[in-house]
Ligand binder design. Structure first.
Ligand SMILES: [Zn+2]
Length: 197
């Protein structure tokens, strides 16, 4: 194998002014090391490893000191806003299809059935994690009337409460189920959706 003759290149250490490969025999190899790592890594490959280890040590030291002082004043302030990540609003149907979650709102509709018999229909509580059978019982008890979970026209379950309780129900809902904000409650009045808030 005919290797090209390498031009003679002597790299002199800027710290001890010896040729770099002689630094380790020089007066202060320790002082040369940083320069050698930067400028002559090929000559002292071990120095790089050493430096790496030291860097790693430093990082873990740093981490440790951060951990130790995390409840002290020097700890960096927690970045705000990272915990407000939006909740997953997509449901997967059995077929794997993605179904967009219904808009979270409670609809209260007063309907008159059989002449003057009034029924207050409550829809959407389940969207706030409320168990409808439980809600039906509570509503019946609170308003001393009949209440039941029934399937509405779209096969969706709703609560039918006997009587006109529409105007007392909002406060009851928001105090019984704090997860339901008043702003998410609507009345249907004359076919129009009206915010309860
Ligand atoms: Zn040197």
């Amino acid at each position: 194998m005919a290797e090209k003759p390498q031009p003679v290149q002597v790299l002199y250490c800027q710290v001890c002014s010896l040729p770099a490969e002689y630094c380790e025999f020089g007066p202060d190899f320790e002082k040369c090391k940083p320069w050698l790592i930067q400028n002559a890594p090929d000559i002292y490959p071990d120095l790089l490893k050493e430096a790496d280890n030291q860097a790693t040590d430093k990082v873990s030291e740093k981490l440790q000191s951060i951990g130790i002082s995390s409840d002290g004043a020097a700890a960096p302030p927690a970045t705000s806003g990272t915990s407000t990540s939006k909740k997953e609003e997509v449901k997967r149907l059995p077929g794997g299809k993605i179904k967009k979650k219904d808009k979270q709102e409670v609809i209260i509709e007063k309907v008159v059935r059989n002449k003057r018999k009034c029924v207050t229909i409550v829809k959407g509580l389940e969207l706030f994690g409320v168990k409808l059978s439980d809600a039906s019982k509570k509503l019946g008890k609170k308003f001393a009337t009949g209440a039941s979970v029934v399937k509405g026209p779209t096969e969706k379950e709703q609560i039918d409460v006997q009587g006109d309780i529409a105007y007392d129900i909002v406060e009851f809902i928001t105090s019984t189920w704090p997860d339901v904000p008043e702003a998410a409650i609507y009345f249907i009045e004359d076919g129009r959706k009206v915010s309860a808030a």
